[in-house]
Write a protein that binds this ligand. Structure first.
Ligand SMILES: NC(=O)c1ccc[n+]([C@@H]2O[C@H](COP(=O)([O-])OP(=O)(O)OC[C@H]3O[C@@H](n4cnc5c(N)ncnc54)[C@H](O)[C@@H]3O)[C@@H](O)[C@H]2O)c1
Ligand SMILES: [Zn+2]
Length: 337
């Protein structure tokens, strides 16, 4: 099955926007910081630029309603196009608006963070938070195109590069040992946006996610592999009241998932050590913060907090580049934390 949308990747890829002109109106949705940094009007001079404050705190229904209201005031119709320019927050909000405005209008994402390029822009998930509950309201909606201009990474803080790399290492660990070893060879040098191998690595990571979501758009099967490192990772994020960044939490989560894989007799100790060393060399912590309460963490990982001997899906590694899903009692996780 081919996904009926295009992913364009490269330096200067933003020029592709020129090919999407056959719309009654073009609306760029972006956040304040990116509006100042990128000056999006230079890429779509005809478009109305709608700007919201940005940041996870703004990923709320009220932002969606206010953007939709502005679109209505501008007379945006069914044959108009929404262009999201920004990271995952902008993409999730703008994609959600596009998916519900007049029951759905065309939408293009121009991701500007590494995380958005390799992860959030691929697969069509959109949405906003319901107060603290992340991504509670949303849709699955295919963008017409995703245009990843790698030049935009040049202004991205190193911390955000690292955040995106957690997801690249994740797809390498679950599907692609060649990609994994390419990363392991260069290590933290890859956090430099001008690194010669970065484009190839990003392309390969995008291809892996595209392949997975194409096979399973609604998360019934193989898409669950993408949750590698996320069971513990999400619990860490929540237990830290979202003070720990997603990529950092996922990196720690991947270490514990690797340890559990070893404990279950699937993965060699040598591979666990290799994974730990790579994450460490990229600047990630590889252990839970000492102050973190393990009971709270375990509670965060359970779907039904009242069931004591619950089984949950665990994404484990058989080898670097080869993952599988197993139902395991929650106590097994406790054993490695
Ligand atoms: N839809 C999905 O499938 C999916 C998948 C993963 C994550 N997400 C969502 O994505 C969001 C996180 O995305 P993110 O990490 O891109 O966060 P973000 O959009 O908040 O961007 C991170 C920071 O980088 C800044 N920034 C963006 N582009 C920049 C650039 N080119 N130069 C300098 N600064 C830049 C932003 O202003 C922000 O401060 C979360 O809300 C998460 O839930 C969605
Ligand atoms: Zn993630």
């Amino acid at each position: 099955m081919n996904l009926p949308y295009t992913v364009v990747i490269g330096k200067g890829a933003i020029k592709e926007l020129e090919n999407y002109r056959m719309f009654t109106q073009r609306i760029v949705i972006t956040e304040k910081k990116m509006a100042q940094l990128l000056k999006p009007q230079q890429y779509a001079p005809d478009a109305h630029i709608l700007v919201f404050k940005g940041g996870e705190q703004q990923k709320q229904m009220k932002t969606v309603v206010s953007l939709a209201q502005e679109m209505m005031n501008l007379g945006v119709d069914r044959k108009s196009l929404v262009i999201a320019i920004g990271g995952g927050v902008v993409g999730d909000v703008a994609g959600f608006v596009a998916s519900i405005y007049m029951r759905g209008i065309a939408y293009i994402h121009v991701p500007t963070t590494l995380l958005a390029m390799v992860d959030s822009s691929i697969g069509g998930k959109t949405g906003v938070d319901l107060h603290e509950a992340k991504n509670m309201l949303g849709t699955i909606y295919r963008p017409r195109a995703v245009i990843s201009d790698l030049r935009f990474l040049l202004t991205l803080p190193k911390e955000e590069m690292r955040n995106g790399f957690a997801e690249i290492i994740k797809v390498a660990l679950i599907k692609d040992n060649v990609l994994y070893h390419a990363i392991a060879k260069e290590k933290e040098k890859l956090l430099e946006p001008s690194h010669a191998l970065l484009e190839g690595i990003i392309r390969r990571a995008i291809k892996i996610k595209l392949d997975i979501v194409t096979q399973d758009e609604t998360e019934q099967g193989v898409r669950r592999l993408l949750n590698f490192g996320h069971t513990v990772g999400h619990a860490i994020e929540a237990a830290s009241s979202y003070q720990i960044k997603h990529g950092t939490a996922v990196a720690i989560g991947m270490v514990y998932a690797a340890k559990l894989s070893q404990r279950e007799g699937l993965l060699s100790q040598q591979s666990v050590t290799e994974i730990l060393e790579l994450l460490e060399s990229m600047g990630f912590p590889t252990m839970l913060p000492t102050a973190m309460n393990k009971d709270q963490l375990i509670a965060g990982m359970m779907h039904d907090k009242k069931k004591e001997h619950q089984h949950i899906h665990a994404v484990l590694l058989k080898d670097i580049g080869n993952a599988l899903i197993q139902e395991l009692p929650i106590e097994r996780w406790r054993g490695v934390l």
